[in-house]
Design a protein around this ligand. Structure first.
Ligand SMILES: C[S@@+](CC[C@H](N)C(=O)[O-])C[C@H]1O[C@@H](n2cnc3c(N)ncnc32)[C@H](O)[C@@H]1O
Length: 304
């Protein structure tokens, strides 16, 4: 049935057709069957995502083809995200090890990193930055890779996630400027202050979590679920961030669809909802002084 398939392009086209016909969900790194299929085929053949098109006509060996086809079937049967199947995801133009110890890297914050956090950091000196709720380490490691003068801490409560983050620090040879710290939000970072704190914390509501497609069941629940309105973690970050931001420091946090609940809960806080190339993505920026000014309302919300 697959005897006609010979080239890289053949395999990508076949995988995409199978994925679409099987009704898979694409929410981990990709939003369509072709990109999902390209990731699976190219990564499993140890080829880069920006492979020059001429190589698309290259033929696979029988063993390579059997390996790719087995992964295509596994993707459909188990619903495992492609990044876990091939052990690799790309984020902010960089490769990261990816496996079920942490969420698949996919935050829109990649775009901010690639754009130098402009205009949020324009004219500000950054010496130290924190990636809070780091998972695989993708955000903090990409920040360090794109900014050779920054020292970056990665914090997470999950030992599994930190182990993967450390492997990614080693992959990028950034051990001299990036460290992974076990911490329940800021609790393990007493006395530390940062010019920039970036976080993609869990923000899925309990109700949303209960009906997520099968792909998400392969990711750690600790990385997704965040209470009845999805704000359990984000509110604690808002409450404690002033202690850990430099006077001119900036906080950037992704809350996804929970943006609306957050804006309704704290109507006077001047959240700046960042516009991405594809539109708003539920990511806000706030300056330390705004957090300090609204500390009473934030504390009240966090202690609901
Ligand atoms: C949405 S994932 C994001 C991972 C990574 N930043 C990314 O963008 O792919 C959230 C991460 O927060 C971590 N986490 C959950 N509760 C935490 C807490 N109280 N303190 C620190 N990290 C926490 C989880 O272990 C998970 O790795």
């Amino acid at each position: 049935m697959t005897a006609e398939l010979a080239t890289i392009v053949d395999l990508i086209r076949y995988a995409a057709s199978r994925f679409s016909a099987a009704g898979l969900t694409f929410g981990h790194s990709h939003d369509n069957a072709i990109d999902e299929a390209s990731h699976l085929v190219l990564s499993s053949l140890h080829l880069p995502p920006d492979l020059p098109p001429a190589y698309g006509n290259a033929r696979l060996t029988a063993a390579e083809k059997a390996g790719v086809l087995a992964l295509v079937e596994r993707r459909i049967e188990t619903r495992e995200p492609v990044a876990y199947l091939v052990g690799e995801a790309w984020f902010a133009g960089l490769p990261f090890k990816s496996d079920p110890r942490a969420l698949v890297p996919r935050s829109p914050i990649a775009e901010l990193i690639e754009d130098g956090f402009s205009p949020w950091l324009d004219g500000r000196e950054v010496a130290r930055a924190l990636d809070l709720c780091t998972g695989s380490g993708c955000i903090g490691i990409a920040m360090a890779a794109h900014n050779p003068a920054w020292r970056v801490d990665l914090a997470d409560i999950s030992d599994d996630a930190l182990a993967l983050a450390r492997e990614n620090i080693a992959l990028h040879q950034l051990g001299d400027r990036v460290r992974a710290v076990h911490s329940d939000l800021f609790a393990g970072l007493r006395g530390e202050r940062y010019d920039l704190v970036v976080s993609n914390p869990p923000y899925v509501t309990d109700a949303e979590y209960a009906v997520l497609p099968g792909e998400y069941a392969h990711e750690p629940k600790l990385g997704l679920a965040a209470g009845a309105d999805g704000l359990d973690i984000a509110l604690r970050i808002l409450r404690d961030a002033p202690e850990h931001l430099a006077d001119a420091g900036v906080l950037i946090v992704e809350v996804g669809e929970s943006e609306h609940a957050l804006a309704a809960l704290l109507p006077d806080v001047p959240f700046v909802w960042i516009e991405f190339k594809v539109g708003p993505m539920g990511v806000f920026a706030l300056e330390r002084r705004d957090l300090v000014e609204h500390v009473a309302a934030i504390r009240a919300a966090a202690s609901r």
